[in-house]
Design a protein around this ligand. Structure first.
Ligand code: ADP
Ligand code: MG
Length: 245
C-alpha cells in the first residue's frame, strides 16, 4: 500500500538528561493508516506520542506533519496541538464543567468558534461517541468509559489530522474497555489517521494496518499485524508476546 505520508519521523533521538529514550526512530504513518505501538513498559511509547505533538522536544532528527516540520512556538504550535488530537490514559476532563462545555471549550478558545457553532458540533460528536443523552451531565456522573469517550469527542472537535491514543483503556474497568475500543474502531473505519499505544491485542489484530514494536527506545519491528503476531522476528518481540498472549 502506498499512501501519502502524514507523519514522518527521521532519525529521531531524544534524551532525558543522560537517558537515551528514543533511538534513531524512523517511522512513517500514512494518511488514513492505523498504527498500533506496543512494547514493554519504559520502551519509549509515551515519549514517542508526546514528541509527535511537540509536548517533548527532540535532540536530533526531524518530525514532519503533513510535509511540514513541527513548529517550535507561538500560534503555529497551538495549531499543531489542535491538529494532533491526543487521548491519554487519564481523561483530564474539567470536573466543574458539563460534558458539553468540556467538548466546546477548546473549539471556542483555540479554533475561535462561536459558542452556538461549537455546541452544535459538540452535540454531533457526542452523538457519534454514543453520549448524546449525557451532554448536560458532569464528568463525575459518568463512568470511566463514558468519560474517555467524552475525551475522544473533545479531541475530535478540533478537526485533528491525526489522533494519538496513549493507553486509552488502561485505566478502565474491563467491562468498559470495549465501548471505548468500538468508538476507536469506528473512527478507523471512517478514515482517521491513528497512532494507538495499547495492550489490547484484539484491537491491534482487528483494526491496525501496522504494528510497531518498541523496546529500549528503538523500533524493533514494524509490520502487518498478522505477520507480527504469527511470525515475530526478534527475540524481544517473541519474549514480549509470550508474556502477554
Ligand atoms: P512507555 O510509555 O513505553 O512505558 P515512556 O516513554 O513513558 O515509556 O518512558 C521511556 C523512558 O523514559 C523510561 O525509562 C522513563 O522512565 C523515562 N521518562 C519518561 N518520562 C520522563 C521524564 N519526564 N523525565 C525523565 N525520564 C522520563
Ligand atoms: Mg507509556
Amino acid at each position: 500500500m502506498t499512501v501519502d505520508p502524514l507523519i514522518e519521523l527521521r532519525d529521531v533521538n531524544k534524551y532525558y538528561g543522560e537517558l537515551h529514550v528514543l533511538r534513531d526512530i524512523d517511522l512513517t504513518v500514512g494518511k488514513g493508516e492505523v498504527v498500533v505501538v506496543i512494547g514493554p513498559s519504559g520502551s519509549g511509547k509515551s515519549t514517542l506520542c508526546r514528541t509527535i505533538n511537540r509536548l517533548e522536544t527532540i535532540q536530533s532528527g526531524s518530525i514532519r506533519l503533513d510535509g511540514q516540520p513541527l513548529p517550535d512556538e507561538g500560534k503555529a504550535l497551538a495549531r499543531l496541538r489542535a491538529e494532533v488530537g491526543m487521548v491519554f490514559q487519564s481523561f483530564n476532563l474539567f470536573a466543574h464543567k458539563s460534558v458539553l462545555q468540556n467538548v466546546s471549550l477548546a473549539q471556542i478558545k483555540v479554533r475561535g468558534r462561536k459558542r452556538e457553532e461549537a455546541d452544535q458540533r459538540s452535540r454531533a460528536l457526542l452523538e457519534r461517541v454514543g453520549l448524546a443523552a449525557h451532554a448536560e451531565k458532569y464528568p463525575a456522573q459518568l463512568s470511566g468509559g463514558q468519560q474517555q469517550r467524552v475525551a475522544i469527542a473533545r479531541a475530535l472537535a478540533m478537526d485533528p489530522k491525526v489522533m494519538l491514543f496513549d493507553e486509552p483503556t488502561s485505566a478502565l474497568d474491563p467491562e468498559m474497555i470495549n465501548e471505548v475500543l468500538d468508538v476507536m474502531r469506528q473512527l478507523a473505519r471512517d478514515g482517521m489517521t491513528m497512532v494507538v499505544v495499547t495492550h489490547e491485542m484484539g484491537f491491534a489484530r482487528s483494526a491496525a494496518n501496522r504494528v510497531v514494536f518498541m523496546a529500549d527506545g528503538r523500533v524493533i519491528e514494524d509490520r502487518a499485524p498478522e505477520d507480527f503476531f504469527t511470525r515475530p522476528e526478534s527475540d524481544r518481540a517473541k519474549d514480549f508476546l509470550s508474556k502477554i498472549l
